[in-house]
Design a binder for this molecule. Structure first.
Ligand code: CA
Length: 417
């Protein structure tokens, strides 16, 4: 394992093998790109200006920008060169930066002094529905056990196009959405703040290589188009969703907000955590077939925290449970010639595991309101109440190596008057 001359706490999400990219600002500094290392943020713009990065093939300071899109556009060899440069620069024996206190002061910033910002200008947002357990649970609740999975579900990764404008950075508070709901099926709908506010435990990947309209990406090529991943909370208003979703699918029940974690973990950092996916039966069509391990062993956790109360963990799941992997999702997304842009965000869909303690939404955890969850103060929840905070964490761990995503936090405020 790599060790650094920077003091990195044991068990930190941000080891020298991780080096996730984000965008931050501090007092007096404009938004810029950074990399997380232990409890510090490495200011890539300052590092670039210092001249230490000369020779890695970047001709202007793409880090001095409010989004990572321009850096990402330089391509995978450049992402890898920066990663490799940083691993060398901060490696224990390397003294080129270590012994220069004046430079360190500008380049190495304590994480508690920075504010993290939306790292990507999101071009388009797609949400898949790729967890068999989640699709089955929701299907049972809405259609009964016999028709839980729709006939297409095991033949293609179901998805829909969401709204990019309302994807927000962790820490952004969300007002409870209002809309049409129909609490009584025998009465007309009413206009109301949502009474069934929920989260969805998801992860999203970010497109790092574009395609032309008309082109398709194979499962083999797909990962070349992925820059990295974040934790994704796809906030959902179940009562609005239930009334509106037939026949065209999710709309106002979903598009008021989704929250992302600030650090984008690259596919190179995730490589040691590849694992086999679930067996796919029936056999999928040739364009969805793949070779090798395309799932990732990423531990996921959800906590729910009422105001001024300790959080409780209400779910423990794993990204590896996904039935459809990212390569299949991308192959399907582009099979009709739909083009990809740098900065597109593709979310997994709620990631539920096989057991009740691994369910990825309140809808499933409290099973449509029938199994309340107890908070640390003794109060009960079947959905999210005003001033509750949802915290999601994700990390990979193996033989002492830890590559983590940090967390995504969001609080539900009362509906606007
Ligand atoms: Ca979703």
């Amino acid at each position: 394992m790599k060790t650094s001359w920077l003091p990195i706490e044991q068990g930190s999400d941000f080891s020298l093998e991780n080096l996730p990219f984000g965008v931050f600002k501090t007092e007096g500094l404009t938004p810029r790109a950074g990399v997380a290392l232990g409890g510090y943020v490495i200011d890539l713009s300052a590092l670039y200006s210092s001249g230490l990065m000369n020779g890695i093939g970047i001709s202007n300071n793409v880090f001095n920008k409010p989004y990572l899109n321009d850096f990402i556009a330089l391509g995978k060899p450049v992402w890898q060169a920066v990663r490799s440069f940083l691993q060398t620069m901060f490696e224990k024996e390397n003294t080129s930066l270590k012994d220069n206190d004046n430079l360190i002061k500008h380049i190495v910033i304590p994480m508690k002094e920075v504010q993290m910002l939306m790292p990507i200008q999101v071009r388009d947002y797609t949400d898949f529905y790729s967890s068999e357990e989640h699709a089955t649970n929701v299907g049972i609740m809405f259609r009964g056990k016999e028709n839980a999975l729709m006939p297409n579900w095991k033949h293609l990764p179901v998805g829909y196009h969401g709204r990019a404008s309302s994807i927000v950075i962790s820490g952004t508070n969300i007002h409870r959405p209002k809309g049409q709901i129909r609490p009584d099926d025998n009465l007309p709908p009413v206009f109301s703040p949502s009474r069934q506010m929920d989260f969805e435990l998801e992860m999203a990947f970010i497109i790092g290589k574009s395609t032309n309209l008309g082109d398709s990406v194979s499962t083999q090529e797909a990962e070349e188009h992925i820059f990295g991943m974040v934790i994704f909370n796809d906030w959902s208003a179940r009562d609005i969703q239930k009334w509106e979703y037939v026949p065209l699918g999710p709309f106002l029940g979903k598009n008021f907000a989704s929250s992302v974690s600030p650090w984008i973990v690259t596919m190179d950092a995730l490589a040691p955590f590849r694992t086999e996916g679930p067996a796919q039966e029936p056999e999928v069509l040739p364009y969805l077939q793949y070779e090798g391990n395309k799932n990732f062993d990423i531990c996921l956790e959800v906590q729910l925290q009422p105001e001024n109360v300790e959080p409780v963990t209400i779910s423990r799941s794993n990204h590896k449970y996904l039935y459809w992997n990212m390569a299949q999702q991308l192959a399907h997304h582009t099979v009709n010639g739909c083009n990809l842009s740098i900065g597109d965000m593709m979310a997994s869909g709620t990631i539920s595991g096989p057991t009740e303690d691994a369910f990825g939404s309140m809808l499933e955890i409290a099973w449509k309101g029938t199994k309340p969850v107890t908070m640390a103060d003794g109060s009960k929840r079947v959905f999210i109440q005003d001033n509750d905070t949802v915290i999601m964490k994700a990390w990979c761990e193996k033989e002492g190596l830890r590559v983590g995503f940090g967390e995504v936090i969001g609080k539900i405020l009362p509906a606007k008057p």
